[in-house]
Design a binder for this molecule. Structure first.
Ligand SMILES: C[S@@+](CC[C@H](N)C(=O)[O-])C[C@H]1O[C@@H](n2cnc3c(N)ncnc32)[C@H](O)[C@@H]1O
Length: 229
């Protein structure tokens, strides 16, 4: 496998796939918040966080939930289709949420700093150098002592090990070209060295993608960190 060529093509191919997916299926995971949003909202409230960034918000299901829980919410995603759906949804419900097409790898949207960053199932899409970049960007947009809440697939997920291992714990799967998946493990958390770890814990849940797959279980790792000064 020519990895140089692969990584040249991967970002644009992956984006194309994601845009088509939102165009075709709309609310891919339904209109309920993701499985870890409730836990995150409780934690953010306990820690007095008010101003939340959802990094990789898709069509906004977590943003809508955090807004309903009383937080000031900003959502960013690379997908124009995702942000279009998110804006339409929040306008329909008359909610004040700021949505931007922006990359978690190079954040350009205007802001005054966040008390917390939430990100669910975004990190796994990136190779090591980009995961480091994403964490540096999250670190930069957080206020002093800000909280990172990240949930994503772990090495205990059923899909771990399927396909070609293109980087440590990252697989290119034959049925999803250019959609590699990185699986989190307690042993490899170097990307988070800008954060003091407050909690690292496993979590599992059932999910289905209407029109795409039947119900299946996912195994995640939840990471809660506090910005190091
Ligand atoms: C599996 S979806 C999760 C979306 C959302 N967190 C949820 O649970 O509904 C992954 C999202 O990451 C977004 N994404 C991929 N690369 C990105 C980047 N560089 N910056 C921001 N978002 C990105 C995709 O467009 C997609 O919406």
């Amino acid at each position: 496998m020519d990895l140089n060529n692969y990584w040249n093509l991967q970002p644009s191919e992956s984006k194309k796939w994601q845009e088509n997916r939102y165009k075709r299926f709309g609310f891919v995971w339904g209109d309920e918040p993701g499985p870890t949003a409730k836990m995150a909202a409780q934690l953010f409230a306990e820690k007095g966080c008010k101003n939340i960034l959802v990094a990789g918000c898709g069509y906004g299901r977590e943003c809508v939930y955090f807004h309903e829980k009383g937080f000031k919410v900003t959502g960013i995603d690379l997908s124009e289709e995702g942000i279009k759906l998110a804006k339409h949804w929040s306008q329909e419900k008359n909610l004040t949420i700021d949505f931007y097409v922006d990359s978690v790898l190079d954040m350009k949207h205007p802001h005054d700093g966040y008390d917390a960053v939430f990100s669910h199932k975004v990190f796994h899409q990136f190779r090591y150098e980009d995961r480091k970049k994403m964490m540096e960007e999250c670190h930069q947009v957080l206020k002093d002592n800000g909280i990172l809440f990240l949930s994503d697939l772990s090495v205990h997920d059923a899909e771990f090990g399927i396909g070609v291992e293109i980087e440590k714990n990252m697989f290119e799967r034959p049925h999803r070209p250019y959609r590699p998946v990185y699986f989190l493990s307690n042993d490899h958390l170097a990307e988070f060295d800008g954060f003091d770890m407050e909690e690292v814990k496993p979590f599992s849940y059932l999910e289905s993608h209407p029109g795409e797959s039947t119900e299946h279980e996912h195994h995640l790792l939840i990471i809660v960190g506090r910005k190091k000064l």
